[in-house]
Design a binder for this molecule. Structure first.
Ligand SMILES: Cc1cc2nc3c(=O)[nH]c(=O)nc-3n(C[C@H](O)[C@H](O)[C@H](O)COP(=O)(O)O)c2cc1C
Length: 231
């Protein structure tokens, strides 16, 4: 009988100690998140019907370098990113063609509120920074005023290795051609939204990379300031 009692006391003590070790429910939830969890912003679904025809959009497009101070809405930012790299097929096909469907491009957008990284699958943004990085981009972009003035600066970067894995030395050409496809989609979508923008290729790569703290394999190819045109 004494032995049974002793065993019961040991079991009860073990249960109390183990219960004390397990974290309260809210701590358990936090502990299961990755240490580097970043905030995600879902984007509104893109519109597939516009007021301006493709032909009118093509005829209207002109590089715009002066903008009003009006910010872009998240709906406009989402629509522009979708036009550049949005997913349009279940298997992953996008708005812009890609050699071997390897999709080497990564899109970022810098606004007064921060830096966002576009995730095509799920059509959402990752918040990379909550600082206004446009002044640093302006400096990296030879102090071209369009970069400082625009409410949103879109950045097309590329991960060459994705395309090199299949195409070797030919990859550099393919990646640059793809950046052109994505940029033109973005610029035409801007026109269709009554916005304007300019594709900027003159900047210091290393300074853009440092300003945005881009991963080392995300090479910036284009800065595209977009906003409401100043008449
Ligand atoms: C590859 C490339 C790089 C460019 N880089 C710049 C640039 O650094 N700054 C700028 O103001 N415009 C830049 N532009 C825009 C051109 O100046 C512009 O397209 C040209 O003047 C024709 O005008 P449009 O775009 O209105 O047709 C660039 C265009 C291309 C295609």
């Amino acid at each position: 009988m004494k032995r049974v009692l002793r065993t019961s006391v040991v079991v009860i003590l073990a249960i109390i100690v183990l219960a004390g070790c397990s974290p309260p429910p809210e701590e358990r939830v936090t502990a299961s998140l990755p240490a580097t969890a970043v905030e995600e912003i879902p984007l509104p679904s893109p519109t597939l019907k516009g007021e301006t025809s493709l032909e009118e959009t093509l005829a209207l497009r002109r590089s715009v370098r002066s903008f009003t101070t009006e910010a872009l809405t998240m709906t406009e930012i989402g629509q522009l990113l979708w036009a550049a790299q949005g997913i349009t097929r279940e298997w992953g096909g996008r708005t812009a063609p890609s050699a071997g469907a390897l999709y080497p491009l990564e899109m970022y957008v810098a606004t007064a509120d921060g830096l966002y990284h576009y995730v095509p699958r799920g059509h959402k943004l990752l918040v990379e920074s909550t600082a206004d990085l446009r002044p640093a981009l302006w400096s990296a972009g030879l102090k071209q005023d369009a970069i400082r003035q625009a409410p949103a600066v879109f950045v097309i970067a590329a991960v060459y290795a994705r395309t090199e894995a299949k195409y070797g030395a030919r990859a550099e050409r393919y990646v640059h051609l793809e950046a052109g496809h994505a940029a033109q989609n973005l610029l035409l979508q801007a026109v269709a939204l009554e916005l304007g923008g300019v594709p900027i290729g003159a900047f210091y790569d290393d300074q853009v990379q440092a300003a945005l703290s881009l991963p080392p394999d995300h090479t910036p190819l284009y800065l595209i300031p977009i906003g409401h045109p100043q008449e």
